[in-house]
Design a protein around this ligand. Sequence first.
Ligand SMILES: NC(=O)c1ccc[n+]([C@@H]2O[C@H](COP(=O)([O-])OP(=O)(O)OC[C@H]3O[C@@H](n4cnc5c(N)ncnc54)[C@H](OP(=O)(O)O)[C@@H]3O)[C@@H](O)[C@H]2O)c1
Length: 270
Amino acid sequence: MIPEFLSCLPAEIVHLIKGKSNVELFGVVSAAALCSYVVRKVFWTPFRLYFLAQYLPGLDLRKMGRWAVVTGATDGIGKEFARALASRGLDIVLISRSEEKLNTVKQEIIQDFQRTVKIIQADFMDTDIYDKIEKELSGMDIAVLVNNVGMAQTYVHFLETPNLHESNKDILSVNCLSMASMTGVVLPQMLERGRGVVINISSILSYMGSTHSSNYSATKAYNLVLSRNLSRTYKSRGVIIQSLTPGMIRTSLLNALIPSNDSVTKSAGV
Ligand SMILES: NC(=O)c1ccc[n+]([C@@H]2O[C@H](COP(=O)([O-])OP(=O)(O)OC[C@H]3O[C@@H](n4cnc5c(N)ncnc54)[C@H](OP(=O)(O)O)[C@@H]3O)[C@@H](O)[C@H]2O)c1
């Protein structure tokens, strides 16, 4: 007996499930759901991300606005984002803590891409910087926000972290509070205009966790979950919110995340 609401299905499918018992129907539906999950996760998503994406026309970011704001923009991944966004025709706001490095990256971007660059010096370990940043960004037509700034603690077990209490405060401020607060500063004006892109940098450790980088991997899980939640909340209002979960990338942060030489002898009990 086919329930009435299934009668809207194509005739071929109705024919397939006609006369089946509830248990058989349950089996057919479960198998179909499992197949569609496997096809999506194992074939379609990697095919779309790693193959199809390079041939599809990318988003025209200039249609999203004039400026891209990048936190932690003077080194590593943040600097590369700033340069890549400048090469796509956006003017850039660099936010980082070293004024000297900010000026160097600013000059490099002006020279290489002929874009306008504004710098904001701020230390994300401080929690009272956001009013100043909000004032500096006020009235700017921001297309893209890259929440990139991040730090890692020494590669040790949680209780062996030097200056544990201070270090906990710092990593939560830099890796988590920065993302929530910067998004709180920029997202309202993106929603008002009905366009914008927010890119949040998480890490592969957000899925795996790590006994030697407990706090770091937990902050990266925060980044991932916050992104997913915000994406679900604001997708329908024209703002794209994505997170990236990179594996190892050769930057200065990586040095804190990889074990030192003596950790090998220590773990061998020598
Ligand atoms: N590298 C990897 O393997 C890897 C893997 C997965 C995810 N990630 C994530 O990618 C992001 C960038 O990492 P990265 O490897 O590119 O790091 P990085 O090379 O160490 O660069 C970090 C940037 O953030 C700035 N910064 C650090 N602490 C700051 C603070 N308290 N206030 C203001 N600016 C600060 C640094 O400026 P200064 O030069 O002045 O310190 C620098 O510009 C992080 O969120 C990280 O968790 C990295």
